[in-house]
Write a protein that binds this ligand. Structure first.
Ligand code: ADP
Ligand code: MG
Length: 241
């Protein structure tokens, strides 16, 4: 992003943001609710348009890149990724229509779902409307499995580990780390514990980038990040996590 601005009518959401996310790295975007994180993802997915400033993918101006190419090269996985009524197979094939069963089992293994489905109809397991017969963590891991099947160069995880069990969170974070060896990752989170090991962390506040650095660098700045970190740490200690 180079000096990107975006808003709705008179209401500005992104105010002159410049940042770079690199292939082979985890770039984290953190900030309070409403600061514009998902809007940045939505710009990158071409769901939001009419921004000013410049967005580049490599050397190529984003305006020159088709929506089709964006869909092929960037995978967006959010906390509310859509799980629909149908079989596990149907839900996975959305990401890759011609995938063989073996590939489907492979991504289910990676996301620790294989045993659960194997015990109950396998790939023909019937998922009910909106995935009500799966837990939050299972739905999130199934979204991840679908994302992994859709082999792309760049992945955006938007609060992908929000409100789920610790085991699922660890599985997802582990897979993100593996992906980061070869792919570009933009990890959006309001929970700082998830971004500690990121290569670069950007702190967004009211559509402005306030701070950037690694976890250690940001702590020594004694700014927004270190304040959020201290608050979240003491909350987790209180809960005994
Ligand atoms: P975050 O992901 O950091 O919580 P968002 O990017 O979702 O924040 O939202 C940033 C701001 O943009 C919020 O104030 C939100 O209300 C506003 N916003 C998001 N989508 C729309 C929309 N479709 N129309 C108007 N305002 C919107
Ligand atoms: Mg959001």
């Amino acid at each position: 992003f180079k000096d990107v601005h975006f808003g709705y009518d008179d209401y500005s959401v992104i105010n002159g943001v410049s940042f770079t996310a690199k292939q082979g790295e985890i770039t984290a975007l953190i900030g309070p609710s409403g600061s514009g994180k998902s809007t940045m993802a939505s710009l990158l997915m071409k769901r939001s348009k009419n921004y000013s400033g410049k967005i580049f993918i490599g050397e190529v101006d984003f305006n020159e890149i088709s929506e089709k190419s964006v869909m092929e090269n960037i995978t967006y996985i959010s906390h509310s990724s859509y799980i629909f009524k149908g079989t596990v197979r149907d839900n996975l094939l959305m990401a890759k229509a011609d995938a063989k069963d073996e590939e489907l089992w492979d991504v289910l293994k990676k996301t620790n779902l294989a045993d659960f489905f194997k015990a109950d109809n396998g790939l023909d397991f019937e998922i009910k409307e909106a995935g009500v017969n799966l837990s939050g963590g299972q739905k999130q891991r199934l979204s991840l499995a679908r994302g992994l099947l859709h082999d792309s160069r760049f992945y955006i995880f938007d609060e992908s580990t929000s409100n789920i069990d610790v085991e699922s969170e660890e599985i997802i974070l582990g897979q993100i780390k593996k992906l980061a060896k070869t792919k570009g990752i933009l990890m959006i989170s309001h929970r700082l514990a998830n971004v500690v090991s990121s290569d670069k962390i950007f702190v967004l506040e009211k559509g402005h980038l306030k701070e950037e650095g690694t976890h250690e660098e940001l702590l020594t700045m004694h700014g927004t990040y270190s304040m959020l970190w201290q608050t979240q740490q003491s909350l987790e200690n209180m809960r005994g996590v």
